[in-house]
Each structure stands twice: as structure tokens, then as C-alpha cells.
Design a protein around this ligand. Structure first.
Ligand SMILES: Nc1ncnc2c1ncn2[C@@H]1O[C@H](COP(=O)(O)OP(=O)(O)OP(=O)(O)O)[C@@H](O)[C@H]1O
Ligand SMILES: [Mg+2]
Length: 476
């Protein structure tokens, strides 16, 4: 049989609390009941012993030699126990000398037991023939040189009756107490959990359009307040990410709109004014150029989203750094020749070290940095690529790309890595693209666990440095 579990915490808490309380109350009631029983029985035994002593003073043999109980004792009001008392007196040869009328000719516990009454007042509970439970006290008393065994009994029926009433009272009180406790417990739990309810409704109403609203924090130090704070921080981060995404999307749309607009203009002008195939050819050439730029931008955007989705440490391989640089250089051969740039590699023995990274990601980064260096280099200039190592515990390989171009102003060392940022400096403006290259490079290098930055000490030209973790046998 499956017991249905209450759905909400409030009822579950109350239920547990009630179960524990019920257990405790029952144990308590049982203890009180037992204690009460023992105390009352002792009280009766005590009274009974006193009664035995009184009765002994009232016993006498009359002239016929029969044992009698003096009756004038009843002159003052008597308790039920005294009136209903049962008594039996036996002599040493076990003849019954006296039996009280309350016994109705029944024997009070039969023949004399061995050693009965030796220990002054013997005490025991017996059952009469008619089923009545009696507390019996036996005592040996001598009258006129006769050793008499006196047995005195009090019925336990009144006590049982009282105990039964007491038990009923206790059993009635327990459910009432439980009902009260359950009700108040439910109220307390409801009160305590009310902030949680408010938080839930508030959180439910938060959507992309009102990401700036927050949960209210009543008491920042209690558990619910802490939870509200944590959720608010989460919302902060979400909002930031969301704003970032929004900005990125609008920037991207803007970046795509410009070349599309110029493609359209070129097409319209050609249709309107173009007369010969020469004009059309020219227009198509410009359109293709714009399209390839558009293509590059879209490519970079895709790369950015792809790199953002990659987890750090994914697809790590070990390879020789300088091989990768040479591979990228051969890819850019056309640009190098076009610009007539001389590429010099320095310290290439250092570059022959194994690095550990996602090769395709690192390739993208180097390609972007090298492409910039070549793009912004004047004709017939020199591009130096040098290799070195950092000398601390986490050894990295530093690859520096130094060109002889216009360089980067101090204010732009960080900003050039922003998405869509292109410097407005006249020296580079003509060559600038979408402004995504360096942000892509930075993102992928971050994913690899490396770093990329522009050297701020360099006076002429720009020096872009890429740091990559070196492969270390012992660390893998
Ligand atoms: N080697 C360099 N020398 C001088 N300025 C540079 C150099 N590299 C980058 N910059 C500046 O940083 C800006 C951002 O570079 P980034 O590579 O992000 O964009 P881009 O090259 O203009 O466009 P894209 O790479 O998307 O085609 C460049 O527009 C340029 O102003
Ligand atoms: Mg670039």
C-alpha cells in the first residue's frame, strides 16, 4: 500500500512535526499514567497498613470465645475503602476465626501461605473468586497469647476505575493537542514560506523584456534571502550576457548592412548609366569585391559563435609551434608578395617547442594577427616573428609579431580587441575590415588558456604577442 505523500513542503513539514509530536505525547502519557498508578497503589497500601493497625486494636474475643470486631469505630464518617474493606483472620492452625460480611463467604486468598506475615506487613494483589482484584496486606498479631494471621484487603476496582478515566482523558487530550499543534504548525510553515511564494511568482514574471527586475530580498541573512541574492546575481549575469548579445546582433546587422547597401548602389548605378559591357564588368567586379568582404565578415561571425560554444580543454593536441606559424605564412604568401614584406623569424630554436592547444583555434588566432600585421605594414617593410619563453612555473611560449606599420595608440591597446572596433586613425582606416579579427583571436586564445596583447613598450610599429601553454610531460 502506498501512502500518498503531501505535495508541498509546508504540509510535509507539518506532517513530520505531528508524527514526532504524537510519538512524544504518547510516551509522555504512558509515563504519566504509570507514575500515577504506582503513586496511587502505594498510597492505598500505606492507608491499608494503617487500617490493619487500627483494626488490630478493635479485635477481641467475646465471652463465647468468638473473635469480634468492635463496631463503635464507625461513629465518624468513613471512606468507601474502610466500609468496603475485606478482612479474614486465621489462627495458627489455619482455622478461619473471622470473615467480614463484605467477603460474602469467599476466602481472602485461601489457606495460609508459608511464611505469610513474617515480614511484618506482606503485600500482594490477588483475584477473588468473583473476579475482583484486591490488594491484600497480611500481618501477624497476637491477642491473649494467640498468634493470629490478619488479612486485610481493599478492592482495586475504584482505583482501576479512576485509572481508566485518567487514561481516557489522556487519550482524548492527545488528539486535541495534535490538532492544535498541526494547525499552528501549518500556519507557521505557511508564514515562513511566504517569501518563497512571492519569489516564485516574481521569478515567473521575469522574461527577456524585463530582465532588469529582481527578486525582493527581505532579510539578506536568512536562507531565503540568500537564495534570492544568488538568483539576483544569476539574473545580473544573464542580463549582462543578454545585453552583450543584443549589442552584438545589432553591430553585426549594421556591419552587414553597409556592404549590402553599397552592392545595391553599384548595381543601380550600373543599370542606370552603364551602356557597354565594360561598365557592367567593372560594376560586377566591385560587387564581387564587396561580396567577398561580406563573406569574410560572416565567416568571422560564425567563428566567434563557434569559439564561444567551445569548452576550454576541448580537442587539445600537442604540436610544434613554429610549424603552425610557417603554415599560416604560406597561406598568406600572396599578401606578403603583394606588399613586398620581408618576414624574419628570430630565435626559431625556441619556437621548435611542443605546445598544447586546440590546433585549429590557434591557427585562426595566428592568421588574424599575422594578417593584421601584413595589412597595416607599408610596402617593402620587415615583419619580425620572434619566439621566447616565460620563466615561471606555468611555462608559456611567447610568439611576437612586430611590424613597421603605423602602430597602435596607447588608448587603443585594449579596445582593438573589442568586437567591430576599428581604429579611426587615418593610417589604418583605409585597410580596416569589420573589426572582428582581433576579437576572434582573443576569444580563441582565451579558450586555449593563453593570452594575446599588444606590447606597450614598442615605439615604432605594432608588436602583437601571443602566449601559448607549453606541453609539459609531467603535467599530463
Ligand atoms: N598590426 C597593427 N598595426 C596597427 N593597427 C592595428 C594592427 N592590428 C590591428 N590594428 C587596429 O586594430 C583594429 C582592429 O583589428 P581587427 O583585426 O580586429 O579588425 P580589422 O583587421 O580592422 O578587421 P577584420 O580583421 O575583421 O578584417 C584595426 O582596425 C586596426 O585599427
Ligand atoms: Mg584584422
Amino acid at each position: 500500500v502506498r501512502i500518498p505523500r503531501p505535495k508541498n513542503i509546508r504540509s510535509r513539514l507539518t506532517l513530520w512535526y505531528l508524527l514526532v509530536l504524537a510519538g512524544l505525547l504518547l510516551i509522555y502519557a504512558a509515563l504519566v499514567f504509570a507514575f500515577q498508578y504506582v503513586v496511587l497503589t502505594r498510597q492505598i497500601a500505606h492507608d491499608e497498613i494503617q487500617d490493619v493497625e487500627t483494626v488490630e486494636g478493635l479485635l477481641y474475643f467475646n465471652l463465647q470465645g468468638t473473635l469480634q470486631l468492635r463496631q463503635d469505630y464507625y461513629s465518624r464518617p468513613q471512606s468507601h475503602l474502610l466500609i468496603d474493606r475485606m478482612m479474614e483472620v486465621r489462627d495458627s492452625s489455619d482455622n478461619v476465626l473471622y470473615r467480614s460480611p463484605t467477603l460474602k463467604r469467599m476466602s481472602l486468598d485461601g489457606a495460609t501461605r508459608k511464611g505469610e506475615g513474617d515480614a511484618s506487613f506482606d503485600q500482594r494483589i490477588i483475584r477473588l473468586q468473583d473476579g475482583l482484584y484486591v490488594l491484600v496486606i497480611s500481618h501477624i498479631h497476637s491477642i491473649q497469647d494467640q498468634e493470629l494471621l490478619i488479612r486485610l484487603g481493599y478492592s482495586l476496582a475504584p482505583l482501576r476505575q479512576r485509572m481508566l478515566q485518567f487514561l481516557l482523558l489522556l487519550l482524548l487530550a492527545v488528539p486535541i493537542a495534535l490538532a492544535l499543534a498541526g494547525f499552528t504548525g501549518q500556519m507557521i510553515a505557511k508564514r515562513a514560506l511566504r517569501p518563497l511564494e512571492r519569489m516564485t511568482t516574481r521569478a515567473e514574471s521575469i522574461t527577456a523584456s524585463n530582465l532588469s527586475s529582481r527578486l525582493e530580498v527581505k532579510n539578506p541573512d536568512d536562507e531565503l534571502g540568500q537564495m534570492a541574492r544568488v538568483i539576483n546575481h544569476l539574473l545580473d549575469r544573464l542580463e549582462q550576457a543578454f545585453l552583450h548579445l543584443q549589442r552584438f546582433t545589432s553591430d553585426a546587422a549594421h556591419e552587414l548592412r553597409t556592404p549590402l547597401a553599397s552592392i545595391r548602389t553599384i548595381g543601380e548605378v550600373a543599370l542606370e548609366k552603364g551602356h557597354g559591357s565594360e561598365e557592367y564588368r567593372e560594376a560586377l567586379g566591385s560587387i564581387l569585391e564587396e561580396i567577398s568582404r561580406l563573406n569574410e565578415t560572416i565567416e568571422s561571425l560564425l567563428l566567434l559563435t563557434k569559439a564561444e560554444a567551445t569548452q576550454t580543454g576541448n580537442r587539445q593536441t600537442t604540436f610544434i609551434a613554429i610549424d603552425l606559424v610557417n603554415e599560416v605564412l604560406s597561406l598568406l604568401e600572396v599578401v606578403i608578395e603583394e606588399r613586398n614584406v620581408t618576414v624574419i623569424q628570430e630565435n626559431d630554436s625556441e619556437g621548435k617547442v611542443e605546445v598544447r592547444a586546440d590546433r585549429s583555434l590557434l591557427r585562426v588566432a595566428i592568421l588574424n594577427v599575422l594578417h593584421n600585421a601584413l595589412k597595416f605594414s607599408p610596402n617593402k617593410s620587415v615583419l619580425r616573428i620572434s619566439y621566447s619563453r616565460t620563466a615561471n612555473t606555468s611555462t608559456r611560449l611567447l610568439i611576437a609579431f612586430q611590424d613597421q606599420g603605423p602602430g597602435i595608440s596607447a588608448a587603443e591597446y585594449q579596445r582593438v580587441f573589442d568586437r567591430f572596433y576599428t581604429s579611426s586613425a587615418r593610417a589604418t582606416a583605409s585597410q580596416s575590415g569589420a573589426g572582428l579579427g582581433l576579437s576572434v583571436a582573443k576569444l580563441v586564445i582565451d579558450r586555449i588558456g593563453g593570452a594575446v596583447w599588444f606590447d606597450e613598450q614598442t615605439q615604432s610599429g605594432a608588436m602583437c604577442i601571443i602566449a601559448v601553454p607549453i606541453f609539459n610531460e609531467s603535467s599530463t
